[in-house]
Design a protein around this ligand. Structure first.
Ligand code: GUN
Length: 297
């Protein structure tokens, strides 16, 4: 193995530290405590874990955590009423409705009911449009975390060839827009891409976000490239039990790449850290204050 391992766990701790400093300043200098509201509908076990972690980390950086845990039978109108009340509450600066919502609720309707200025997920159609046109937006947390790590590792990304594998609205598309914003030459590859190995081989930066375990082998990687692995997949171990792996085959890619994020401990921890960063950013914007440097796109 030759690649530098990009330690997302340490990086996320650093981001949370910066967020905590901004929170202290907002409290001491302006008497404002940023507030993040998380809405969970139903009892999906994975969602419950995410929401618990979000609430815990929100409190740890000194912000107010507001949780609305609603029964799985909650109607769309009832959920919309909760969103409306959070939109109108000046002590709430960020709102997140944990996805997926139950089948009888339309996720897009809920996301687009959130005040775009409080949309700390960056999923509202207004924020998608602002990002796509290179304007100031709330940016989805996982791609923002990837961008922060890439900027830290490379300094300038200008002129680099970036290949994003995966075209999801949550990761692939916003990631491509962020890389374009930093003047990369960007290709979005996906399941129908012709000669995917050849396309990936051109990349100085590979961002893998397809949700297919260990799909990218080391011999697709250009020597010295930076590999950002967004995948989190649980697979069976030959000896029994399970383990987490990414969308790239870590061992073979680490032999060729210049830098690589591990799974776990790479991109994963950055997502909640960036959610907290987005909440501070939203709070500063709502109060007409300077945005935190280094925590936005
Ligand atoms: N479910 C899984 N990841 C996410 C996320 O980043 N935001 C929301 N709202 N729901 C999720």
């Amino acid at each position: 193995m030759t690649a530098t391992v990009i330690d997302g766990k340490a990086f996320a701790a650093n981001v949370r530290g910066q967020v905590a400093e901004h929170v202290t300043r907002l409290k001491e200098e302006h008497g404002i405590t940023p507030g993040l509201a998380v809405v969970l509908v139903g009892e999906d076990p994975a969602s419950q874990v995410y929401v618990r972690n979000k609430g815990k980390q929100t409190v740890e950086v000194g912000m107010n955590s507001i949780e609305h845990k609603l029964d799985a039978s909650t109607t769309q109108d009832e959920l919309l009423a909760v969103i409306e009340s959070l939109n109108a509450d000046p002590s709430v600066h960020g709102i997140l409705c944990q996805l997926p919502v139950p089948d009888h609720i339309d996720g897009d309707t809920i996301i687009n009911a959130i005040d775009p200025a409080k949309d700390v997920d960056g999923f509202h159609i207004s924020n998608v449009g602002l990002l796509g046109t290179g304007q100031k937006a709330m940016v989805p947390c996982t791609p923002l975390g990837c961008l922060m790590m890439l900027r830290e590792h490379h300094g300038s990304l200008s002129g680099l060839n970036a290949v994003v594998i995966g075209r999801s609205n949550i990761v692939g598309k916003p990631m491509a827009n962020l890389l374009l914003g930093d003047s990369c030459t960007v290709t979005i590859a996906h399941s129908r891409t012709a000669d995917l190995p050849g396309v990936v081989k051109q990349a100085d930066i590979v961002v893998a976000a397809v949700g297919r375990p260990q799909m990218v082998p080391g011999d697709w990687i250009k020597p010295g490239a930076t590999v950002i692995d967004v995948g989190i997949n649980r697979i069976e171990k030959p000896e029994g039990g399970t383990r987490l792996v990414g969308d790239v085959d870590y061992d073979s890619c680490a032999d060729v790449a210049g830098a690589i994020t591990p799974v776990p401990g790479g991109v994963g921890p950055m997502t909640i850290a960036c959610l907290l960063a987005n909440t501070v950013t939203a709070c500063c914007r709502a109060n007409g204050l300077a945005e935190p440097v280094g925590l936005t796109a």
